[in-house]
Design a protein around this ligand. Structure first.
Ligand SMILES: NC(=O)c1ccc[n+]([C@@H]2O[C@H](COP(=O)([O-])OP(=O)(O)OC[C@H]3O[C@@H](n4cnc5c(N)ncnc54)[C@H](OP(=O)(O)O)[C@@H]3O)[C@@H](O)[C@H]2O)c1
Length: 286
């Protein structure tokens, strides 16, 4: 019998990877985790050494995730989010592993008014979205058994994310503004990992969307975070134009959940997932 763990987590120091580790531990499933410098998905030689024959499932949590940084460093982002995914998918095809890969609402244009189905037309408006779309395309061409999972607005009790930032800011400011003209779906990383595992176990090769249920704007999200934290900071709605950023953000990036809910059941509402996470927030480092 092979002693290769069933799951290999790539980019294992990241926010989502930690949720996967905890999910697999809770389910009693053996896993191994690798991050840089022990694996570099931009290098075929690194992948050949790091993804052994006998690996059943590779979960790719590695990515160039600095959305604004991608505008200035699109080639570096493309090497990871685009060509790196292609190389990892080829390696998975060679060893017969299923590859779980994550993409983003940013592959869509953001000008829709109803949720994006998994096969909606793409139209990325930022370098991050363009590089992630190249990764999606190379994954589909690779011939490997894949689950492409698009998600949005990730948060967890740990790591840098909007929830922890808002708890910090609303705890020290009397008033602040948060954009109210971008609409989407928050996603608990723990819910995403659990639902992804169901998709591995029950789903077929192809694309899925996984987020929390319901939808909101960043302003609505921030107001609920402050309420749950017991903070009295006044949070005023504002427009995206008031906070210019290097990368354009989609105005409407609600990912349609029909396909995933048919397979895995209803997605829990973001207010419920948020309340659960808020009860377990880890202290900020430093
Ligand atoms: N965060 C969100 O709101 C969000 C929304 C939609 C989709 N997603 C997608 O969800 C996935 C997980 O996101 P996350 O927020 O958990 O990411 P994260 O916390 O930024 O973690 C990414 C990890 O990938 C590693 N990495 C970067 N380049 C690598 C390379 N060439 N080879 C191997 N590892 C490499 C990073 O290591 P270093 O620390 O060394 O850089 C880091 O540990 C990504 O695919 C992301 O695009 C995230």
């Amino acid at each position: 019998m092979s002693d290769t763990p069933a799951y290999l987590l790539v980019g294992s120091n990241g926010m989502l990877a930690r949720a996967w580790k905890e999910r697999l531990d809770a389910d009693g499933v053996a896993w191994a985790g690798l991050d840089r410098p022990d694996i570099d998905i931009t290098s075929q030689a690194s992948l050949a050494a790091a993804v052994p024959a006998g690996t059943k499932v590779v979960v790719n949590c590695a990515a160039f995730t600095d959305v604004d940084g991608c505008e200035e460093h699109e080639d570096a982002a493309l090497a990871v989010n685009g060509f790196g995914v292609g190389k990892l998918a080829e390696r998975c095809a060679a060893v017969g592993a299923t590859l779980v890969h994550y993409s983003t609402d940013y592959v869509f244009s953001g000008d829709a008014s109803t949720p994006y189905p998994v096969d909606a037309e793409k139209g990325p408006q930022s370098a991050y979205g363009r590089t992630k779309l190249v990764g999606e395309e190379l994954l589909a061409k690779s011939g490997c058994d894949y689950r492409l999972i698009r998600t949005s607005w990730l948060y967890a009790p740990w790591a840098n994310n909007f929830v922890r930032t808002m708890v910090r800011l609303t705890g020290k400011l009397d008033a602040m503004k948060v954009v109210d003209d971008q609409r989407g779906r928050p996603t608990s990383a723990e819910h995403l990992a659990a639902c992804s595992k169901v998709i591995v176990e029950r789903g077929e090769r192809g694309a899925y969307h996984v987020t929390d249920g319901g939808e909101c704007t960043w302003h609505g999200f921030a107001v609920e975070i402050a309420r749950l934290a017991g903070h009295t900071c006044s949070i005023a709605p504002c427009t995206t134009d008031e906070f210019p950023r290097p990368a354009q953000r989609p105005a409407y990036s609600v990912l349609g959940l029909e396909k995933t809910e048919a397979l895995a059941g209803p997605m829990p509402h973001w207010k419920d997932n948020l309340a659960d996470v808020m009860g377990r927030l880890e202290p900020e480092a430093g």
